[in-house]
Structure formats: structure tokens, C-alpha cells
Design a protein around this ligand. Structure first.
Ligand code: ZN
Length: 322
């Protein structure tokens, strides 16, 4: 028995040491976000204190995701949970009902700049004027009901001003839940906001003068970004990656590409639709990618900025070369 005391003493010392270290810097709070872009924003706020987790695996689309049992457990166990809202993660409300800890739909945070599909006049005409309208509307329905005209455009993270508001909300929540690190969260959010101002200026400079250059996208995800930086896509090929559209639809899409002349077509990683090749063969089209989810980016304080920077870089380098 006596021989146990020294060991016990050491154990106690090491317990209190590690507790002291954690109280000063590391936090045991489990922050969970639905999608990677929100994880990157949370990582900026938690920098030096903790690391946020993310629900969706890389490459998964929030528009059609089915939760696994392990996801349900993570949703239940997280101390704080951030998601966009029911217009994007329609699979979440069902499991959120079983949570007894805070969940925040960031679309409901006061001050967010929200868009609705069809908000921009240019885009309304874009879809209505074309002979393939009926076909397109059908394909869009299949793709995602949340993209109906008038419904909320849930891709709200692609606007630096919104990222700043989300970071502010996360910092306030964390400061309350983890007072020992409150000053750090607030300082991180403030520094993030200042970096976003600088980023916004860089993106304006980078994308300036590209307004008239035609490009096409495979998913109507970029309206926030485009509205902020004066860009405007010439069309959206709303098609499911795994279903080949009819020959008539493909012919109509090719005709639009032909009329546009030299143009860029942006698909989204990790998949380049097989259709992209069929659609663009023999036409003066440059195929490139836009990653609105930041799928391959490391999760750190600069990740969100890298996401927007990469998107701007992809757009600028393709459009400048037209
Ligand atoms: Zn989308």
C-alpha cells in the first residue's frame, strides 16, 4: 500500500498540470459544422484553442446527403452545432430534434445578406428565354428542389460579409460556453474580419474587368460571389452528374455554347460530369473547376480565405485567357 503513494502523487501532479494547461489554451468543447466552408470559418475562430469537426465527408453534396449512424451520434454529442439551414441540409432537422444542446442555422443569424433564386434580373431572363426551358426546368427539379425560383439561395458562405457575421456568432457562442478562452475567440474573430476586408479588396482587383466574359456552370451556386464581384454566368447546365440528359437537351446546351463563342465551362470537384466532354467537344471551350466547398483545403485559420481566393483564381485565369 505504501509503495502506491508515490505513484498516486505523480498521477495527481500530472492531472493537475494537464488541467492547468488545458484551462489556459486547449478547449474540450466539441464544435461540429455541417459543411466544410462552415468548418473553415469555425477554425479561424478556434485557432490556437481547438479544432472544429465537420459532418459531411469530402466530396459529398449537401443537396443530397443521407446521414450515417455515426453522423447521428456526432450530431447528438456535439456541444455546438452550425449548419446553413433547412434549404440546404434538408437531412438535418429530423436529427436536430433529438439534440439537447445548441444548434445554429446560420441563415437565421441577424445581419446575414440573403439572396433568393431569381433575385437577379439577368439570371431570370437567362433561364426563361431559351427553347430548352421546359427541359431545363425538369432537370433542375430532379437536381434539387431547393433551387426553385423564389426559394432561398443557401450558398450564402460565398460572401465574405456573411463569413464575418458567422464568425462573430461562433465567437460569441464559444465565449459564453468556454469563458476561459473568450478573449482568444473574440480576438480571432476580429482578426478574421480584418483579413476578410483585405481579401475582399484583393478579389475586387483580381476580378475587375471580367464582367462581360461568358462562362457556364453546372450548378447555380455562385450568385453571392458573382453579385459581389460583378461577374455573371451566361448559363447553368442543371443536370445530375449520374444521369445522362436526353439528346435534345444536350443539343440545346451545345447550341448555347456555340452562340457564346470562346467560353469557360466550370464543373465542380470531385466529379467532372461525363457530359462536360460531350457537351464541349469541338467547341472553343476551356474546361475548368470551381470548388465552392473547399474540398481539398487544410482545416486551419486561413482555409476560408483560401477557398474564395482559389475560386477567384480559377475564374480569373480562365476568363482572362478568352
Ligand atoms: Zn447548391
Amino acid at each position: 500500500m505504501l509503495r502506491l503513494f508515490p505513484a498516486l502523487g505523480l498521477l495527481l501532479i500530472s492531472f493537475s498540470l494537464s488541467f492547468a494547461v488545458q484551462a489556459q489554451s486547449q478547449s474540450q468543447l466539441r464544435v461540429l459544422t455541417s459543411i466544410k466552408p462552415l468548418q473553415l470559418i469555425a477554425a479561424a475562430v478556434q485557432d490556437g484553442v481547438g479544432q472544429p469537426d465537420v459532418l459531411l465527408p469530402p466530396g459529398a453534396s449537401p443537396h443530397h446527403y443521407a446521414l450515417r449512424p455515426s453522423d447521428v451520434r456526432r450530431v447528438r454529442d456535439a456541444d455546438l452545432l452550425y449548419w446553413i439551414g433547412q434549404d440546404l441540409e434538408s437531412f438535418l432537422p429530423r436529427v436536430l430534434a433529438g439534440r439537447d444542446k445548441p444548434s445554429v442555422a446560420v441563415q437565421d443569424v441577424p445581419g446575414m445578406a440573403l439572396r433568393h433564386f431569381g433575385d437577379s434580373d439577368e439570371h431570370q431572363d437567362d433561364h426563361a428565354d431559351h427553347a430548352d426551358h421546359a427541359d431545363h426546368a425538369h432537370a433542375a427539379d430532379q437536381h434539387d428542389h431547393a433551387h426553385r425560383p423564389g426559394s432561398l439561395d443557401a450558398h450564402l458562405w460565398l460572401l465574405p460579409a456573411n463569413a464575418r457575421i458567422i464568425a462573430g456568432k461562433i465567437a460569441a457562442d464559444l465565449a459564453q460556453a468556454d469563458p476561459a478562452n473568450a478573449a482568444r475567440y473574440q480576438a480571432n474573430a476580429k482578426a478574421f474580419g480584418q483579413r476578410l476586408d483585405a481579401l475582399d479588396q484583393r478579389l475586387k482587383t483580381r476580378l475587375n474587368g471580367l464582367a462581360g466574359k461568358p462562362y457556364f456552370v453546372f450548378h447555380e451556386a455562385y450568385d453571392y460571389f458573382e453579385a459581389a464581384y460583378g461577374l455573371n454566368h451566361a448559363g447553368v447546365f442543371s443536370v445530375l452528374g449520374e444521369v445522362q440528359p436526353g439528346a435534345q437537351h444536350v443539343a440545346a446546351m451545345r447550341e448555347r455554347l456555340q452562340q457564346a463563342g470562346p467560353t469557360c465551362v466550370f464543373s465542380e470537384p470531385p466529379f467532372r460530369p461525363r457530359l462536360a466532354q460531350t457537351l464541349t467537344a469541338g467547341l472553343p471551350v476551356t474546361l475548368a473547376e470551381l470548388d465552392s466547398m473547399g474540398g481539398t483545403l487544410p482545416v486551419d485559420a486561413k482555409g476560408y480565405e483560401a477557398l474564395l481566393e482559389n475560386m477567384a483564381g480559377e475564374l480569373a485565369s480562365c476568363l482572362e485567357a478568352l
